[in-house]
Write a protein that binds this ligand. Sequence first.
Ligand code: DX5
Ligand code: ZN
Length: 213
Amino acid sequence: MVKIAPSLLAADYLHLSDALEVVNSSADLFHMDIMDGVFVPNISIGFPIVEAVAGAAEKPLDVHLMIVNPQNYASRFAAIKGVGMVSFHLEACPDPGELLCSLRRANVKAGLAINPDRNVEELFPYLEHCDFILLMSVFAGFGGQKFIEGTYDRIRALKKEISKRCLNVEIEVDGGVSPLNSKALADSGADILVAGTAVFRAEHPAEVIASMR
Ligand code: DX5
Ligand code: ZN
């Protein structure tokens, strides 16, 4: 069954405990978007919030680094108790293979992320070192963007390569995901769906999560 990872980017930060309750009771992972204002034209949250959420989370945290030189900070995120997955962008890292291996050594799942304008084939040399791929279905940087339809073909191409090589790599899709496209995404081969706006801007977040499953 597809896993649901609500993105806290769209949560109400004055009432973060409400978001925590939703994820703890209804979802599978806490997706945490870290933006540095350099790799993407936006700044989001950092260590204090990730640590606070981790301290109250009953589900693993899935940390998505949208920062340049992720090798400088990834191990610090990986060391936070409760963080289960860390991904960084292929475009942002001088030696992705080395960072993926060091994340695995830190006992978290290692993920490589790419924006929609990069070919999925660019990921292929690193697949052996990945536990998951984070396929962006919008350009990284902002919540609330429109889902890019070309994502389905990208999931299928990636899935085909993973199957051909008999690898155990999950595919996570991030951006513009909602109950309108969740079934088609899962049918195309997505294993984890990230959704921010669709979940936290809804009146009944738990129902949205249930319908995405
Ligand atoms: C965008 C982030 C996403 C974002 C998704 O750069 O990586 O995780 O929060 O938000 P929605 O679901 O609103 O597109
Ligand atoms: Zn994200």
